[in-house]
Design a protein around this ligand. Sequence first.
Ligand code: SAM
Length: 112
Amino acid sequence: MTLIAEYTGEVDYIKNREQDESDSMMTLLLATNPDESLVICADRRGNIARFISGINNHKPESRKRKNVKCVRYDVNGVCRNLLVVTRHIAKGERLYIDYNGHENEYPTHYFV
Ligand SMILES: C[S@+](CC[C@H](N)C(=O)[O-])C[C@H]1O[C@@H](n2cnc3c(N)ncnc32)[C@H](O)[C@@H]1O
């Protein structure tokens, strides 16, 4: 659970970004009312978190590489998306995260 980084960017309603072709959007909040669901758009105001490699969800050997996960925390009433490690990370080891939440919409079939 060591903190790696916060996934930062501009926060917007998902409904406003349906045509956005950026490959660095991350769901922040899925609300009961879809009109209130939020996304983090990292392309213009992101940080290093947007460059962490994704796993290929279609390959079992790739799924085993995952060593970082997203957790949502309430920080002073604001929902924040934090990236934390899931196990010990050796010096020089590459970080891997699963880009997909339960929506499973991010295409990872071409990832190495
Ligand atoms: C969240 S990163 C965003 C990078 C984006 N171009 C930017 O500047 O913010 C997602 C992109 O990283 C690349 N990528 C991530 N993991 C990869 C992997 N395992 N193999 C190949 N490409 C990967 C793909 O091009 C993917 O579209």
